[in-house]
Design a binder for this molecule. Structure first.
Ligand code: EPU
Length: 304
C-alpha cells in the first residue's frame, strides 16, 4: 500500500466529518464526463476541512477542490486528491427573501437562481444558468452576458492551506474577468455573504427570457464543460471565441469521442467516452488555428 493511501486511511478513521473513496470513478463528477479515476474525499463540515488541510500540508498531499465539475477537465488518472464539500444546509432558509444571505460554498447556483426568480432579486440575474457551486463560481468569478457573480458578494470565508479559517471583505479589485484576486493556491472557499439590490418582479421575467435565449445558442443538453476559452481582445476590439472558432470553419470538427459543437464554437461535446489527452489536443488545435489565421490569442477558461 502506498504511503498516501495509508495516511488517507488513517484520516478516514480519525476525522469524523470526512469520507474517503479510493479508486473512485470520476466520470460522472464532471459535466463533460471525461473518463477519470482517483481518490475522492467528501467533507461534511468546516472543522473537518480545517483538520484535513492541516494533515495534507504535513504529509505534503496535493489536492484540488471540485464543485459541480462544470469548468474542469479531469485527467484519466488523477494526480491529486479531490476534495468535495457537502455541508449541511437548511433549505427552509430560502423559503423567504432576506436582505443579505450567508450561504455555504457547496450550494448550487441553480438553487440560488430559482430563489432569485421566485422573489425577483435584483442583481442575481447574473448567475442565471451557470452550472456551478457557489464556491466554484466565486473562485472563477463566473458570469454571463448579464454580469458576474463578484458583483453580488460582500464577504468570502475560506480555509487556507494550513487549515486556518480566514475572511476576505470584498473590495473594488477583489474580482476581475473570470478570476478572483485574493484566493491563493490551496485555499478552499467555505461560505460567502451575498447581497442584492431589492426585489423587482421584472427580474423573474429577465431570468426566464435569458434562459430561453441561452438554450437556443448553447448545447445545454450535451456533455460539455461550458465555454472552453475566455473571450479575448485584439487592440481595442473584443473577440468572442465562439465567433472565431466559427470563422476558421472548425464547428463540428471531431477528434475521437469529442467534437466542436455545431451550436456554439466555444463548446466541446463529449459524445463518445472521450478522455483528457484527446480533449486537450482538440483545444490546442483550435487555439493554434485561431492564432495562425486571425492573430488572436485565446486563453483557456476551463481548468485543465
Ligand atoms: N458566435 C458565433 N458563432 C458561434 C458562437 C457565437 O458567431 O458558434 C457569435 C454570436 O453570434 C455572438 C458572439 O459570438 O455575436 C458571442 O456569442 P454569445 O452571445 O454566445 O456569448 P459568448 O461571449 O460566446 C458568453 C460567456 C458564456 C455565457 C454567454 C451568455 C464567456 C467566455 N462566455 O459567451 O459563458 O453563457 O456569454 O451569457 O465569457 C462560460 O463561461 O462557460 C460560458 C459559457
Amino acid at each position: 500500500m502506498g504511503q498516501q493511501t495509508k495516511v488517507l486511511e488513517k484520516l478516514n478513521k480519525n476525522i469524523e466529518g470526512i469520507e474517503v473513496h479510493f479508486q473512485h470513478d470520476f466520470t460522472k463528477l464532471s459535466t463533460i464526463r471525461l473518463n477519470s479515476v482517483g481518490t475522492l474525499v467528501i467533507v461534511k463540515d468546516k472543522n473537518s476541512l480545517c483538520d484535513l488541510l492541516k494533515e495534507f500540508k504535513n504529509e505534503k498531499i496535493e489536492y484540488k477542490v471540485l464543485g459541480q465539475g462544470a469548468n474542469i477537465l479531469l485527467p484519466e488518472v488523477l494526480p491529486w486528491v479531490v476534495v468535495q464539500l457537502k455541508f449541511d444546509f437548511d433549505k427552509s432558509y430560502l423559503n423567504e427573501a432576506h436582505e443579505s444571505y450567508d450561504l455555504p460554498a457547496s450550494i448550487s447556483l441553480s438553487v440560488l437562481s430559482s430563489h432569485a426568480t421566485k422573489f425577483g432579486l435584483s442583481g442575481w440575474e447574473v448567475i442565471t444558468g451557470i452550472p456551478a457551486s457557489l464556491g466554484g463560481a466565486i473562485y472563477m468569478n463566473a458570469g454571463t452576458s448579464l454580469g458576474e457573480i463578484g458583483e453580488l458578494i460582500s464577504e468570502v470565508e475560506y480555509v487556507d492551506e494550513s487549515g486556518k479559517i480566514k475572511t476576505h471583505k470584498v473590495e473594488k479589485n477583489s474580482f476581475s474577468y473570470r478570476k478572483n484576486n485574493f484566493l491563493k493556491k490551496g485555499d478552499i472557499v467555505i461560505s460567502a455573504k451575498l447581497l442584492h439590490k431589492g426585489e423587482d418582479p421584472k427580474i423573474s421575467k429577465k431570468i426566464k427570457s435569458y434562459l430561453e435565449k441561452r438554450n437556443q445558442s448553447q448545447p445545454l443538453n450535451k456533455f460539455t464543460c461550458g465555454c472552453i476559452f475566455k473571450n479575448s481582445t485584439l487592440g481595442d476590439i473584443s473577440c468572442r471565441a465562439g465567433h472565431y472558432v466559427d470563422i476558421i470553419g472548425m464547428k463540428g470538427f471531431t477528434l475521437g469521442g469529442v467534437r466542436v459543437s455545431h451550436k456554439h464554437g466555444n463548446f466541446l461535446e463529449n459524445f463518445n467516452g472521450s478522455n483528457y489527452p484527446e480533449t486537450m489536443q482538440l483545444m490546442k488545435l483550435l487555439q493554434k488555428e485561431m492564432k495562425l489565421q486571425y492573430g488572436v490569442e485565446f486563453e483557456f477558461e476551463v481548468e485543465h
